[in-house]
Design a protein around this ligand. Structure first.
Ligand code: SAM
Ligand code: DTB
Ligand code: SF4
Length: 349
């Protein structure tokens, strides 16, 4: 039976089969975070959602979606790679890692002018957020100085700003925030138990530490992961549980489908059943009711029907524009046609 639990307190809702209501929350450093009546999602409860009959799961996700969001609205974010390739890390999915031979050409930092031109074009096409990505382990101080210029200039166009620059050292998030950064994207990528199969050059805890820096600087957290990397359903549930148990959970949750790029270790991984991807979106929606759940990388390889199911399952944000960072995304006209066909409208600035 599907139960809707309402907290007795400040009105935070836990929609689920069996979430646990907790008052204090320990983060992974063992630090107790106070003033945080929230839901804790045991992996078993998240797995139980994944295991529901498909129609029941999608129905519940759509109900949760409608309690917290406008049903037919989607937020559009455009990506740009401000520094491409040559990354020292070993993320097994990534075409920008220097150690894999993927054909991605290294490109030095873009100029502020060219970033602003691209942002203005994205705004013209209807994007409300502009996300700047860099192939770094983390930014150096001089990188922060260049990126803060870009952030302020994009912000001045009246767009929301987002950056994804890798791990942040203490103090760096604050500088980005002061420049006008609205969101910082840093993904957990997968569950803690599968993590070592994908990345060895940084720890799971490093990612959690960066997310805490972002939180502490008062910047919105954009944090999600990738599915289709050969993981099990339990691993997908583990990822969603990690995200949902962040306190508070991220404002924005990108669910990426692995884009397989020749030359990366994950190239040739067995394909994930598209309905399992839809389930992941639905479970993210139910466990993080107020978050924007972004149907992220991998849309170009998805049918319109699967994308429509993702929207039905509660996705309400997409990457918009012909390119992600180095790989393709559906053409703008194609996305506009899809949204029209579905009677969906985009958020306006
Ligand atoms: N270098 C920074 C970092 O790793 O934090 C920022 C850019 S990195 C490309 C941002 C995210 O893109 C990764 O964490 C991963 O989740 C996603 N990503 C990278 N390559 C991908 C691929 N081939 N398919 C799906 N998602 C991918
Ligand atoms: C996110 O979660 N997905 C985006 C964004 N955040 C930076 C990146 C997807 C990258 C796909 C592979 C590429 O184009 O290089
Ligand atoms: Fe580097 Fe980011 Fe790619 Fe990892 S995901 S190899 S850190 S660019």
């Amino acid at each position: 039976m599907i139960v809707l639990l309402l907290s007795k307190g400040i009105g935070m809702r836990c929609n689920s089969i069996q979430p646990e209501l907790v008052n204090d929350h320990k983060n992974d450093k063992g630090k107790v975070l106070k003033n945080s009546e929230s839901c804790r999602w045991p992996i078993k409860a998240v797995q139980a959602l994944f295991d529901m009959p498909f129609n029941d799961l999608i129905f519940q996700a759509q109900q949760v979606h409608r309690q917290h969001h406008e049903a037919n609205t989607v937020q559009l974010s455009t990506l740009i790679s401000v520094k491409t390739g040559g990354c020292p890390e070993d993320c097994g999915y990534c075409p920008q890692a220097a150690r894999y031979h993927t054909g991605v050409e290294n490109q030095a930092m873009l100029s502020v002018d060219s970033v602003v031109t691209a942002a203005a074009a994205a705004k013209e096409q209807g994007a409300t957020r502009f996300c700047m990505g860099a192939a770094w382990r983390g930014p150096k101080q001089r990188d922060i100085e260049s990126v803060t210029e870009m952030i302020s200039a994009v912000k001045a166009l009246g767009m929301e700003t987002c950056a994804t620059l890798g791990m942040l050292k203490p103090g760096q998030a604050k500088q980005l925030g002061e420049a006008g950064l609205d969101y910082y994207n840093h993904n957990l990528d997968t569950s803690p138990d599968y993590y070592d199969a994908i990345i060895s050059t940084r720890e799971y805890q490093d990612r959690l530490d960066t997310l805490q820096e972002v939180r502490d600087a008062g910047i919105n957290v954009c944090c999600g992961g990738i599915v289709g990397m050969g993981e099990t359903r339990e691993t997908r549930a583990g990822l969603v549980a990690q995200l949902a148990n962040l306190n508070p959970y991220p404002e924005s949750v990108p669910i990426n489908h692995l884009v397989q790029v020749e030359g990366t270790p994950l190239y040739g991984t067995a394909k994930l059943d598209p309905l399992e991807f839809v389930r992941t979106i639905a479970v993210a929606r139910i466990t993080m009711p107020k978050a924007a759940v972004r149907l992220s990388a991998g849309r170009r390889e998805m049918s319109e029907a699967v994308q429509a199911l993702c929207f039905l399952a509660g996705a309400n944000s997409i990457f918009y524009g012909d390119k992600l960072l180095t790989t393709g995304n559906p053409e703008v006209q194609q996305d506009q046609a899809l949204l029209n066909k579905l009677g969906m409208r985009s958020l306006t600035a």
